[in-house]
Design a protein around this ligand. Structure first.
Ligand code: 13P
Ligand code: SF4
Length: 333
């Protein structure tokens, strides 16, 4: 069945968006830098992007940092090297800017696990509940929310809600369970998850930790509960990055998308980072296939053609902006 991204892609084809082949002798990083300047464009990139894209970013960070930066952009164009919900969020909070995503098919399994029609029915079953959604969801889900959060500020956001208030948390059940434990709040959880963070193998991590008894095991809260229970530290991508810089250990086993290891190694060249192993025996670490759809070639084309562009209905932007702005106001800068 065609999803939203397929439909948008076929619309691009109808518009005649068929980029010409790129000269293979072109120095893509230099060409991208030049185009950014000429077109007054800013490149925001998530830590899960390939290293060559991270290197070109004007702002590199986690979902919260990138949303905060997107809100402040004064340039004409925002190129979002990340996934669809991130680019959509940038459009929602800075709607007068042209927002480009190098590959429109860069979706998110977690966002896809929460279809708006089903979520509206779920929400109607709990009419008194306040709806808190993880930023990894579509604009339509944000429009059905009271508050948005990221993994960096989720605890802060939940703790800002009066204790007697019923809460729906969506779409990530793993982050939701972790927050229930951390805050003591009894939330109603939507049954969604991220395929990348659910791929880690508990048994293989335990075996790896035995081989490296001096290593600290650190994990992103989108991982499943048994994994989180054995972690020395749990945090968002920027939290994990901060931890490895501040902690005195020299080896870390890292349970999140492997793209973050590039920045960790850059910040701490003397330390060793081992990606946490996954169940699948054909690959050694967990990579997000959606994030990795963005390439230097697509980034270049996206600046040349100023396509694919994120366009959203104004009424949807206005509805979805409120819970994001509430989050930005509640978060430390
Ligand atoms: P953060 O970068 O906010 O930790 O989110 C992780 C993630 O899965 C992004 O898709
Ligand atoms: Fe979505 Fe998971 Fe990929 Fe993040 S890592 S974009 S949550 S599928």
């Amino acid at each position: 069945m065609a999803n939203n991204y397929d439909l948008m892609h076929s619309q691009l084809k109808k518009l005649g968006y068929i980029p010409s082949p790129i000269d293979k002798n072109l120095d893509l990083p230099s060409a991208i830098k030049k185009l950014k300047k000429e077109k007054n464009a800013v490149l925001l990139a998530h830590y899960y992007q390939e290293p060559a894209i991270q290197e070109l970013a004007d702002y590199l960070g986690d979902s919260l940092y990138l949303a905060q930066q997107a809100a402040k952009v004064e340039a004409d164009i925002i190129v979002f090297a990340g996934v669809h919900f991130m680019a959509e969020t940038a459009k929602i909070i800075n709607p007068t800017k042209k927002v480009l995503l190098p590959d429109l098919k860069a979706g998110c399994s977690l966002a896809d696990s929460c279809p708006p029609n089903n979520f509206a029915v779920f929400k109607a079953q709990h009419p008194n509940a306040l709806v808190v959604t993880y930023i990894n969801c579509s604009a339509e889900i944000k429009a059905l929310s009271d508050l948005v959060c990221t993994s960096s500020n989720a605890k802060e956001i939940i703790e800002s809600i009066p204790v007697n208030r019923e809460i729906i948390f969506a779409p990530d059940k793993n982050l939701g369970r972790y927050l229930i434990k951390e805050t003591g709040r009894d939330m109603i959880l939507w049954d969604g998850a991220c395929i990348v963070h659910e791929a880690f193998s508990f048994e293989k991590i335990v075996a790896l930790a035995k081989k490296h008894p001096q290593a600290k095991f650190i994990a992103h809260p989108e991982s499943e509960s048994p994994i989180l229970e054995i972690a020395h530290y749990i945090g968002s991508t920027s939290g994990l990055l901060r931890f490895v810089q501040e902690d005195t250990s020299s080896t870390f086993i890292v349970a999140t998308e492997a793209g973050i290891l590039y920045e960790m190694q850059k910040c701490c060249p003397e330390k060793t980072f081992i990606p946490a192993p996954v169940e699948d025996s054909t690959c050694a670490c967990s990579e997000c296939a959606f994030m990795k759809l963005n390439t230097l070639e697509k980034l270049y084309n996206c600046l040349v053609y100023e396509l694919p562009e994120i366009n959203l209905d104004t009424a949807l932007i206005n509805k979805a902006r409120e819970p994001i702005e509430r989050m930005l106001n509640l978060s430390s800068p």
